[in-house]
Design a protein around this ligand. Sequence first.
Ligand code: SAH
Ligand code: SF4
Ligand code: F3S
Length: 464
Amino acid sequence: MQHTFSDTTFCIRTFGCQMNKHDSERIGGMLEGLGSLQVDTYEEADMVVFMTCCVREAADVRLMGQVASLKNLPVRSASKLGRRIVAVGGCIGQRDGEKLTTALPHLDVVFGTHNLGSLPKLIGAAMESGGHHVEVLDSAKAFPTDLPTAREHGWAAWLPITIGCNNFCSYCIVPYVRGREKSRPLEDVVAEAQAYVDAGVKEITLLGQNVNSYGRDLYGTPRFADVLDAVDDTGIARLRFATSHPKDLTDEVIERFARLRSLMPALHLPVQSGSDRVLEAMNRRYTRSHYLGLVEKLRATCPDIALSTDVIVGFPGETERDFEDTYRLVEEVGYNQVFTFIYSKREGTPAASMHDDTPHEVVQERFDRLVDLVQDKAWQSNQADKHTTVEMLVEGASKRDRTILAGKSPKNQTVHAKLPDGVNADDLAGSIVRVAIDEARTWYLSGTVIDGLSAARTQQTDAR
Ligand code: SAH
Ligand code: SF4
Ligand code: F3S
């Protein structure tokens, strides 16, 4: 297998959520381990792997266009394969399997969410013979995290603690394409976290569709608070998690925001709607008042906590009054960030057969109204940090302006600071510096670095 992949190049395009991004890192790790080189563009790539998402229709449509565009793209001159191998995995691969090869006849490989590890074998088979090589499994044989990873940043790691979802929110396709919830044994989670810390990782994000129910399948009772304690004990600088379902967020977990040194004061708590009637139709299994009660407890425990959420506008049968309930909830909570989505009908989900007669223009107008509010509230929330000092985990130079250092605050806000003289932004990536904030905008804070540059300066002196 090693021999097959040597002197080849591959490129991965990822759509969708962090779980997919993490799966892409595992695929990158596997293919690199076999001797293939990861490249950024389709032109340079002998193999292109699409990691797909079908949570909303827009993501589906984009894939088709991108795969079709590869058909007539010349193969790179040094390619030993003589053609480009195209593979589709992720959630569309899982949902459509063999069917994809009818819509996209030049596809070589289709794989699903439960068999990432089979990709080298499938690509190897495609190298040997033409035709379609499809493998999609109904469920995962084992928790698929014993695969290597090629992480995007050396200082940040995603760590899946559960895969799949048992919640079946009525609009959502995820449980059908990711299967039933499976937790990973606590010892394995801790061992991986410790290995990251030992390798210099500064931030770990625990991943799951609903991390709060971690452990129910293994231990009979959720043990997410134990995971937080154990990962905090590894000495990680920053700990985050996503996603947290409001119905399962316990007092125990909330209390960790006050107690654990590494747990950052930021929580993504998707509300979806502020109307009890809609929440029930969505099968979310909490009420508006339960959700607001959680927000109250979180703020009592960690007054500075930054909250973010997801909202769906235009769920089947949503009335103006339902929407106003959502609008008022968003106004009341004052989120730092809200991801707003227009409802997208997903075949096979219960909501797809619900009566839906709200005209698109009405939904769009509600959506626009909400986005305006979200922006006002984000700006307002950020004002609390003006004239304070925040610790920024440096990501590197800003993509738009190389003289600006960019990173993230504990509350997960984007922070910008002028790059100090004599410092290379790349040397600082992954370090934590203190920034005095003098400006707070809607989507970022900016200021001046006042502390924490010694690492970069020492490295620079050594280099001379
Ligand atoms: N497990 C996570 C993430 C699910 S997908 C959670 O429960 O929050 C991310 C977001 O996509 C959801 O929170 C929801 O707001 C949105 N979403 C899911 N299905 C959708 C659909 N059919 N139409 C529009 N938005 C949808
Ligand atoms: Fe989808 Fe609901 Fe599961 Fe999230 S909790 S993945 S929204 S079914
Ligand atoms: Fe999309 Fe699959 Fe994630 S449908 S949101 S990539 S679980």
